[in-house]
Design a protein around this ligand. Structure first.
Ligand code: TYM
Length: 336
């Protein structure tokens, strides 16, 4: 079977955007693809500077996947850092990747733009080499597992294309080591095609601190949802659902009938944003509240999570090793 692979970076509590962009589509693929899902903990090190945070978010991401339905018996599930082969291949692929390609990477360019906007003279100030090399490490994550498809949100499309480009550069120089499978992104469609907005209306993102964590306690979930930005159109007036962040979220979590009904009521007038947010909270909470207990048990220290990840690491290394051996041989480094 073809291989589906994706990763989530433990830079914060996993949130509704991660669910719509990656977790839900990835879990759907497990019935038809061989699935390989992991926690990109060394990717998180480009920004996390607190050891306890990194450890705790890693657990949250792992517990979230399992609570939402990842079956470790049918999915290779591991921490990136447990697979040293990834970091060896990362060096090799960095040696066949043009610096110019990395200069054009969106995340790196955005960091430089922020410096420019705030008048910092050195545009590379505060940018570490981990951030610069990020797309190479991600290409390795993908290529070392012989991946066919990568279910991710639209924001990751450049990274997936880079993985295919980097595989091409390697093949061109050293022969067709990665030629059998050129990875392709799979992106959410329909009402989920747009990246999910956060509480401030911008893309929901851990770095904007505008996320709605999947397993926030009920009280906090309610508070976050009530705090989603909305315009000040009075209750009686007609409203534009498509300009509303709360409605964009509602579209992703409510049934099609509930969405249709809410749209009609907002457009007609007489329904306030508060009512929409209440409905959104009820919908999301009804889905997640029966799962909170299992989540809490899994994140707790000493749960079965550690054994699951250890077993996953073994399976992941078993897959990575032959790919790395092929690469070592191809470049003229003797096999281990
Ligand atoms: P990360 O941790 O930022 O996000 C994890 C996944 O969630 C998706 N996502 C969203 N989808 C829709 N709306 C949003 N607001 C939203 N926010 C996040 C992302 O598109 C992603 O699919 N570089 C990756 C991690 C990674 C990876 C990989 C992914 C490392 N190696 C190999 C796939 C394959 C990242 O930072 O994701």
């Amino acid at each position: 079977p073809k291989v589906s692979l994706t990763g989530i970076k433990p830079t914060g509590e996993p949130h509704l955007g991660n669910y719509i962009g990656a977790i839900r589509p990835s879990l759907e693929l497990t019935s038809t693809y061989e699935s390989i899902y992991f926690i990109a903990d060394y990717h998180a090190l480009t920004s996390i500077r607190d050891r306890r945070e990194l450890a705790s978010y890693t657990r949250s991401v792992a517990a979230t996947w399992i609570t939402l339905g990842l079956d470790p018996a049918r999915t290779v599930f591991y921490r990136q850092s447990d697979v040293p082969e990834i970091f060896e291949l990362s060096w090799v692929l960095s040696c066949v990747t043009g610096k110019g390609l990395m200069n054009r990477a969106h995340a790196y360019k955005a960091a430089r733009d922020r410096n420019a906007e705030s008048g910092v003279a050195d545009l590379d100030a505060g940018i570490n080499m981990g951030l610069f090399n990020y797309p190479i490490l991600m290409a390795v994550d993908i290529l070392i597992m012989n991946t066919d498809v990568v279910p991710v949100g639209q924001d990751q499309s450049q990274h997936v294309e880079y993985a295919a480009d980097i595989a091409g550069s390697f093949n061109h120089l050293f022969g067709d080591v990665f030629s059998l499978r050129i990875p392709e992104g799979i992106y959410p469609a329909g009402s989920s095609a747009r990246t999910l907005p956060g509480t401030d209306g911008r893309k929901m993102s851990k770095s904007y601190k505008n996320t709605i964590p999947l397993f926030a306690p009920e009280k906090q979930l309610r508070k976050l949802i009530r705090g989603i930005v909305s315009d000040s159109t009075p209750v009686e007036q007609p409203k534009d659902p498509d300009a509303s962040a709360a409605f964009a979220l509602f579209e992703n979590f409510a049934t099609p009938e509930a969405v249709k009904d809410m749209r009609a009521r907002l457009e007609q007038g007489g329904t306030g944003w508060g009512e929409l947010k209440n409905a959104l909270f009820e919908t999301v909470n009804a889905w997640l509240s029966p799962l909170r207990e299992q989540y809490e048990a899994l994140v707790a220290p000493g749960s079965e999570l550690d054994a699951i990840l250890d077993a996953g690491a073994e399976q992941a290394r078993d897959r990575a090793r032959p790919v790395l051996q092929g690469v070592r041989r191809a470049v003229g480094i003797s096999p281990l």
